[in-house]
Design a protein around this ligand. Structure first.
Ligand code: URA
Length: 274
C-alpha cells in the first residue's frame, strides 16, 4: 500500500493492515476496536494530485475482487419534464426554483453540484449546510473535508468524481429534509444522474439513500450490498454520511468496507464496458 494511501486511511482513522504474503482471504483482517476521540478528525492531508490521471489508480486493500452482490429496489418515478435539458439549463432551472417556500426564504443560493461530470463516479449527499449555502459548492465544510479524505482513500478527488445533493437548498437550521422537499428536488437529481451517466453512484447517508432507493430501511441494512438505481440499473452503493462518521468514528471501518465495495463495483462496470 502506498504511503499516500496510508495517510488517507489515517485521515479516516481506519487501521490499515498491510499484507506481507499472498492472501488467504481477500479482505484485510478485522481491525481492533477504534478508540478515537469524538471530536478527533485528523487534519486532512494536503491535497495532492492523484498518483496517475484517470478515475481510479489504486488496488483495493484486499487484493482479490469479491463478487458484487446485487439487491433490487424500487425507486420512486421521477418527473420527466427535464428530459432533454442539458447542464447549463439545468443549473439555471435549479437556481430559479421556488418550489419549497421555506427553503427559498432561507437560502443564500442554491447548491447545484460540482466536480467532473464525465468521470464515471457520482457521489450523492443529503443537502447543503451553512458552508455550502455560503459558497455555493457541495461538501465544503467539515463533513466535506472528511468526504474528500474518503474519496482520496480510493484514489478519487473532485476532478475524478461528480458530487451532488438530494436537495439543492439548505434546510433551515440544517434540519432533515422533508419528504416533500426531496420529492420536489427529485427531478433535478434524476436529471443529473442521467447527464453524468455514472458507472457507480456512492450515496452517503440515510436521507439520500432512502429517497433514491424508495425505502425506509436503516442505513445499516442498506450498506454492504450493491443496489441498482431505476430501470437504468446504475449500480449504487450506500455508506454513512461523513457528518455521521464525525459523530460516530467507530463506523469508519464499515465506511471503508463500503468504499472498497464501490471501487470494486466501478471496476466491474468499467471492465464490462457498461
Ligand atoms: N452535507 C451534505 O449532505 N451535503 C453537503 O453538501 C454538505 C453537507
Amino acid at each position: 500500500m502506498g504511503a499516500r494511501r496510508l495517510a488517507y486511511l489515517e485521515a479516516l482513522e481506519v487501521q490499515a493492515w498491510v499484507r506481507r504474503a499472498p492472501p488467504e482471504s481477500p479482505l484485510p483482517a478485522p481491525a481492533p476496536e477504534q478508540h478515537a476521540q469524538p471530536s478527533a478528525v485528523s487534519p486532512v492531508p494536503p491535497i495532492e494530485p492523484p498518483e496517475a490521471p484517470g478515475p481510479v489508480t489504486v488496488s483495493p486493500v484486499g487484493g482479490t475482487l469479491l463478487p458484487v452482490q446485487s439487491v433490487e429496489s424500487a425507486p420512486p418515478a421521477p418527473a420527466t419534464d427535464l428530459a432533454g435539458v442539458g447542464w447549463s439549463e439545468l443549473r439555471e432551472r435549479v437556481a430559479s426554483c421556488t418550489r419549497c417556500g421555506e427553503l427559498v426564504a432561507n437560502r443564500s443560493q442554491t447548491v447545484f453540484g460540482g466536480g467532473n461530470p464525465s468521470a464515471g463516479w457520482l457521489i450523492i449527499g443529503e443537502a447543503p449546510g451553512v458552508d455550502e449555502d455560503r459558497q455555493g459548492e457541495p461538501f465544503v465544510g467539515r463533513a466535506g473535508q472528511l468526504l474528500d479524505a474518503m474519496l482520496r482513500a480510493i484514489g478519487l478527488d473532485r476532478s475524478t468524481a461528480y458530487i451532488a445533493n438530494a436537495l439543492k437548498c439548505r434546510p433551515p437550521n440544517d434540519r432533515d429534509p422533508q419528504p416533500e422537499e426531496a420529492e420536489a428536488c427529485w427531478p433535478f437529481l434524476d436529471r443529473q444522474i442521467t447527464l453524468v451517466n455514472p458507472k457507480v453512484i456512492l450515496v452517503v447517508g440515510r436521507v439520500a439513500a432512502s429517497h433514491l432507493l424508495g425505502t425506509d430501511e436503516p442505513i445499516g441494512r442498506l450498506r454492504g450490498t450493491v443496489h441498482h438505481y431505476s430501470e437504468r440499473r446504475v449500480p449504487l452503493v450506500v455508506t454513512y454520511h461523513p457528518a455521521d462518521l464525525l459523530r460516530s468514528p467507530g463506523e469508519k471501518r464499515k465506511a471503508w468496507e463500503d468504499l472498497k465495495l464501490a471501487l470494486r463495483t466501478y471496476r466491474a462496470a468499467e471492465g464490462s464496458g457498461s
